[in-house]
Design a protein. Structure first.
Length: 376
């Protein structure tokens, strides 16, 4: 009988993953402080943010089964960028992927990051239909769309347009086929997943794609969450898009934290010490060179290093990590990857480089994050 009572008490004390998350979010002072630091030192905002996380998780049976520490780590990425996790607003969301929670920025989240720069006076994402004509100037890159859309007809293109206050404007307009091909090339497994967003809602994913790429390639983004002017959500009249944008397809990437020094890059744990990830030594060693070698031996080593570099460039282009071999050669040269570095480690670093660049980080920022051991 005593054993049965002990077993019963043990079962009563066992907390479900959701109850552990609730305990961390509402009672753990270290967790609340980390989110407060990410949100400008405001504890009240941190508590509101964490309460909203609990609301989101409580509405998803799949998220309720996920590791609570993993959920909080993903939510921190959203807090760093000051994007609310609320699918109805279309800024950011947390979705379970094979039992693992993932932070995904949404279309309006990217528009918000652009708006925070205060450099835009017009932002618009929309589709082009079969009754409209797309006119592209191959010399200037200008795009003109002729005619009012008949939304009962098939969609032929997707576009994002912005006009900056300094007069610069740009339109990225892709055919439906180009959008789908990009999604498949970037992450074929996610693209072919029957329950994935590329299959269930390709319209939203295509809009998200052209929005992100146009702002990343030709515009400006404020990815730190800092805003010198009054904090406000993006005016729907400026966006000219609905609030139900859906997540981007890329593997979720952590926002650069260069402007948020109080945010610690550590796992959320229950009463466990924090750990710090050591920086990888991938940049070429700057120590003085060794004594001169015989010319014959030196030439052999140079040839091998050259061959390894060429192989890395070919592999980067072949696996789609870099757009092509020219771009691969450029990033290998820019990162100064040591010839002694294993090729798989070099690929990981280049993936990280492109990941940070996707978030609008500068070259120097991307290198700094990688040297600090931070990967998107």
């Amino acid at each position: 009988m005593a054993d049965n009572n002990n077993q019963s008490n043990g079962n009563e004390k066992a907390l479900t993953p959701y109850m552990q998350l609730k305990q961390l979010a509402l009672e753990d002072k270290a967790t609340i402080k980390r989110f407060a630091d990410a949100l400008g030192g405001n504890e009240r905002r941190a508590r509101v943010f964490l309460s909203n996380v609990l609301t989101v998780v409580s509405g998803s049976s799949s998220l309720q089964q996920c590791n609570p520490n993993a959920i909080l780590n993903e939510c921190m990425k959203s807090a760093v960028m000051d994007l609310p996790i609320n699918e109805a607003l279309g800024f950011a969301c947390i979705v379970p992927y094979k039992g693992v929670p993932k932070f995904l920025p949404m279309k309006n989240g990217y528009l918000q990051l652009a708006h925070r720069t205060h450099q835009y006076d017009k932002l618009n994402t929309d589709s082009v239909h079969a009754n409209q004509k797309v006119i592209k100037n191959p010399k200037t890159g200008d795009v003109d769309i002729d005619g009012e859309p008949d939304r009962s007809l098939p969609i032929t293109h997707y576009f994002n347009y912005f006009h900056k206050k300094d007069g610069f404007e740009h339109t990225l307009c892709w055919t439906v086929e180009e959008c789908l091909a990009w999604g498949k090339r970037y992450n074929e497994k996610a693209f072919l997943n029957p329950s994935g967003l590329w299959q269930t809602n390709p319209d939203a994913m295509c809009k998200a794609k052209v929005t992100k790429l146009n702002l990343k390639w030709y515009g400006e983004l404020n990815i730190s969450g800092d805003d010198d002017e009054e904090d406000e959500y993006l005016d729907p009249a400026l966006m000219n898009t609905d609030a139900n944008g859906l997540p981007f397809d890329e593997t979720p990437s952590e926002a650069p934290q260069g402007n948020t020094p109080n945010v610690e890059d550590a796992e959320f744990t229950m009463n466990q010490p924090e750990t710090v990830t050591p920086a990888p030594a991938f940049v070429e060693d700057q120590t003085p060179p060794p004594a001169a070698e015989p010319e014959k031996t030196k030439a052999k080593k140079q040839d091998k290093a050259h061959d390894d570099s060429d192989l890395l460039i070919i592999e980067l282009a072949k696996e789609g990590i870099a757009p092509d071999e020219l771009a691969a050669a450029d990033v290998v040269k820019k990162l100064k990857l040591a010839s002694s570095l294993p090729i798989e480690e070099a690929k990981k670093i280049v993936r990280g480089w492109y990941g940070w660049k996707d978030w609008g980080a500068s070259d120097d920022q991307a290198v700094r994050y990688l040297n600090e051991g931070k990967y998107p």
